[in-house]
Design a protein around this ligand. Structure first.
Ligand code: HEC
Ligand code: HEC
Length: 378
């Protein structure tokens, strides 16, 4: 008799795990919102401003250069020193450590293909221009174009890849042209860095297909978190689409004071973008500026750009702690708490009317974190 009771109890526990009474239901409208975060992997257009976008030899040259310490002036840093493939191409530091301590957190390099802006303030309008910046920036790799050209000339393998990708000899090009092409090869490589499919993607596809069995494999807390993400939390107003970013800029109330001043965010980004000889309005754009440089020529500098930073994509976000442009939030739970307890007075611009303190319960906080984790840990 006792054994039967135990068996029955066991059956009840296994068949009806805690919480299943309130299995998460999604309305037709919610299903439509969830559908917008896929499919994954998504198809990205190649970069018309970079004639070696997708070129096999350029990708191989870019990959070799990415891990080469000699791209830095004193062989101290490679790109991978800060963008570590084992950490979803971040460094795990609050703010990046170059030749000096930098003010910003090192972002992941996953899923950057066909982005519009690069850098936390959108300082660049192409992946190749963004890739030139650290090579010559005094506080990062501090190199000089002449030295970069000499380094390529000294390696037979690089000369060969270069010739195949750009149909020109390194030796017959100016240092500036070589530097730009190094940026374009690095960009071709980085375009190939896409994150894996995740538990969320399996759930999304199953939900659209009405496949209840596959849907039930997705943790219920993640399902409840997803419901908040696209519902009461309104996270998807900025973190939208398959990458979970609209690619633009917003102010979510993170302090912009730095050790020795302020980080002007998008405001500074627009000014740097305009002053940059490698922007899409310049002579190194391989495509038609009438079609691929429109955003760059239309961008307007306004006061509200102060305190705005790029909306980060959220795929593999569990692997990229700490968070925000200044790395000020150590864990995903801290990020969710930030949105939950948001101090509206802290928002520097008047435009972010979408944001308000969510005042989530402990369970809701756990659920949202569980959902964010389901976007991949690489
Ligand atoms: C000293 C550390 C360091 C090194 C070395 C470094 N980076 Fe970065 N990287 C950063 C930081 C910090 C940022 C954010 C910069 C900003 O917002 O202004 C960044 C941003 C980027 C971005 C923009 C990502 C986005 O989401 O917009 C790309 C692309 C990039 N780096 C590629 C490279 C490449 C290619 C190299 C090697 C040529 C490189 N980085 C070397 C620290 C580094
Ligand atoms: C108004 C647009 C907007 C909304 C709404 C919004 N975010 Fe963000 N999110 C951003 C911006 C901008 C940043 C970067 C801010 C910074 O670094 O100063 C960010 C950063 C993040 C990060 C850190 C990512 C990283 O790599 O550092 C996470 C996680 C995140 N948001 C999750 C959420 C969640 C969850 C919600 C809903 C509760 C939400 N966001 C709502 C714009 C938004």
């Amino acid at each position: 008799m006792f054994r039967v009771v135990i068996k029955v109890l066991f059956f009840i526990i296994v068949a009806f795990p805690a919480g299943s009474a309130g299995a998460v239901e999604f309305s037709a409208a919610e299903r439509e919102l969830i559908a917008q975060h896929g499919p994954w992997p998504m198809q990205f257009a190649s970069d018309s401003s970079n004639r070696v976008s997708g070129n096999e030899q350029a990708i191989r040259l870019g990959e070799a250069l990415f891990f080469d310490h000699e791209l830095g002036i004193d062989s101290k840093f490679s790109c991978a020193s800060c963008h570590d493939p084992g950490r979803a191409f971040t460094d795990g530091l609050k703010t990046s450590q170059g030749r000096v301590r930098l003010d910003r957190n090192t972002p992941s390099l996953l899923n950057l293909k066909a982005n519009r802006w690069f850098g936390w303030g959108g300082e660049n309008d192409s992946l190749w221009a963004q890739s030139i910046r650290p090579i010559v920036a005094a506080d990062e790799m501090a190199n000089h174009p002449d030295h970069v050209r000499e380094m390529l000339l000294s390696r037979q393998r690089y000369r060969q890849f270069y010739l195949q990708a750009f149909t020109a000899e390194v030796g017959s090009e100016t240092s500036e042209q070589v530097l730009v092409n190094v940026g374009k090869a690095l960009a071709a490589y980085q375009e190939s860095l896409l994150s894996q499919r995740t538990e969320f993607d399996d759930f999304r596809d199953a939900l659209l297909a009405g496949d209840q069995v596959s849907m039930s494999r997705y943790a219920e807390s993640a399902q409840r978190g997803l419901k908040i993400f696209i519902g009461a939390g309104r996270c998807n107003l900025c973190h939208l689409g398959p990458r979970f970013s609209n690619g633009e800029f917003a102010d979510v109330g993170i302090a912009y004071f730095t050790a020795d001043g302020v980080d002007a965010g998008r405001y500074g980004g627009i000014r740097q973008l305009r002053a940059n000889p490698y922007n899409l309005l310049g002579k190194y754009n391989d495509g038609d500026p009438q079609s691929n440089a429109l955003s760059s020529s239309h961008v307007r500098l306004t006061q509200r750009n102060w305190g705005e930073f790029k909306v980060p994509g959220l795929r593999a976000v569990a692997a990229t702690a700490p968070y925000m442009h200044n790395g000020s939030l150590p864990t995903l739970r801290d990020v969710v708490l930030h949105y939950s307890n948001l101090d509206e007075e802290r928002l520097h611009t008047d435009g972010e009317k979408i944001l308000r303190p969510l005042q989530l319960s402990d369970t809701e906080i756990d659920d949202l974190v569980s959902f964010l984790r389901s976007l991949g840990e690489e």
